[in-house]
Design a protein around this ligand. Sequence first.
Ligand SMILES: Nc1ncnc2c1ncn2[C@@H]1O[C@H](COP(=O)(O)OP(=O)(O)OP(=O)(O)O)[C@@H](O)[C@H]1O
Length: 456
Amino acid sequence: MSHASRVVAVAVSGGRDSTALLHATTRAAKALGVQVVALHVHHGLNPAADQWQAQVERQCARWARDGWPVSARCTRLQGSPSPGESVEAWARRERYAALAHMAQQAGAPLVLLAHHRRDQAETFLLQALRGAGPAGLSSMPREAVRGGLRWIRPWLDQPASAIAAYVARYRLSHIEDDSNHDTRFDRNRLRHDVWPALLAAFAHAESALVQAAHLAQQAQALVDEVAAADVAALRCAEGLLSVAGWLDLSAARRAASLRHWLRQQVDEGVPETLVTRLLIQLPGAKAARWPLDGQRELRLYRGRLECAQRAMLSPTWSPGAAATAQETAPFPLHRPGRWPVPAWGGTLTLSGVDSGGVPVALLERAMLRERQPGDQFQMAPRSLPRSLKKQFQAAAVPAWARGGPLIATADQVVYVPGLGIDARAWAAPGEPQLSIHWASDEPPPSAEKGTLPKER
Ligand SMILES: Nc1ncnc2c1ncn2[C@@H]1O[C@H](COP(=O)(O)OP(=O)(O)OP(=O)(O)O)[C@@H](O)[C@H]1O
């Protein structure tokens, strides 16, 4: 700790372990002339949370009155889990963000957490039960640098009994979090239903699991080192990965470097299902897209894998937004040419023709977009417009040939891959016009080859 920053933060829930850690840190700090700041996060989830915050504030105020160098800072979380996110995951993410913010505000470069040996053994078991590999089995690091702060767990090797003895010796008061008994949460179920039975059958389980976590940390460090070197060698431009070079690697290094590269692109953790999918699909693919989340996707184009915004061709297009969306179209739709569209995994060909095309004037107002529920298509001038689904079925367009962007203006559908040009958009003879053809980069499944009816 530098002279300028003689402040240390302790993350305090008000529970037994963090209360003991705050006490021990404050005692040591007094002798060293260091300031301690207790950081508490009010999750807004438990009806008793106001009392927990009050307990932390009261305790700090009492110790400060006794001449101890300690003060409290608290944050009440706003918001709620996003759809599909568990309350636990949300609370954890927001807690760490709030702790980081408070530590920075207090000028504390270090944040101490009160996890102990049993917490570590539990984490290892929970990770194993989720099917984690060495990264997850590494459990909690003793020390980590994140967001410019050092997060330290000084008691990670301490048994819970040592902390209990400390609390008894100094008669520390602390809260009991009743939600720790709620067995809907994995950790609580493990702690209450499994742990006692496990210890009864394997008395050394705690230390064995902690050792296994330690060995996983070493293995993961090695994997990270190799993967970082591979990714550095495969980087062909900022953020782009050369797939040809990647294919030359052994299977184990392919998997490790892909995970490593994905982690650099995606902050929130990489789903293993995506890694598995890419490991299978990347070797045979020429151009393809894999959705990452609402905003981003992975794109393979010309042998390079990249992570990009999905916004280029807005899936949330609506007629009212047409003017803006059109401005973001990646190329002029009213000029002849062969336009690769990596975001859609194919190529659009526009050719000047004398008949059977779309008026250039209409294409000047057109854009690419996703299909929408109300879209209709008219096959011939004297037929009726019908839903895309019905038209696909009537024309026996196989599912794999229905992909690709729709071409439409704000008020009419112009072209649908697999169906062709909507009859309402046909140009009059002699009018300047273009034919349109969409070709997906992915070859059709061989069994279905040739079943696609010819587009107009
Ligand atoms: N609401 C919170 N505010 C600040 N820090 C917290 C909070 N909840 C947990 N922490 C920190 O994370 C550590 C581990 O959290 P965990 O949920 O296992 O502990 P706990 O059962 O809430 O309390 P304790 O560890 O104090 O007995 C805590 O020891 C503490 O350092």
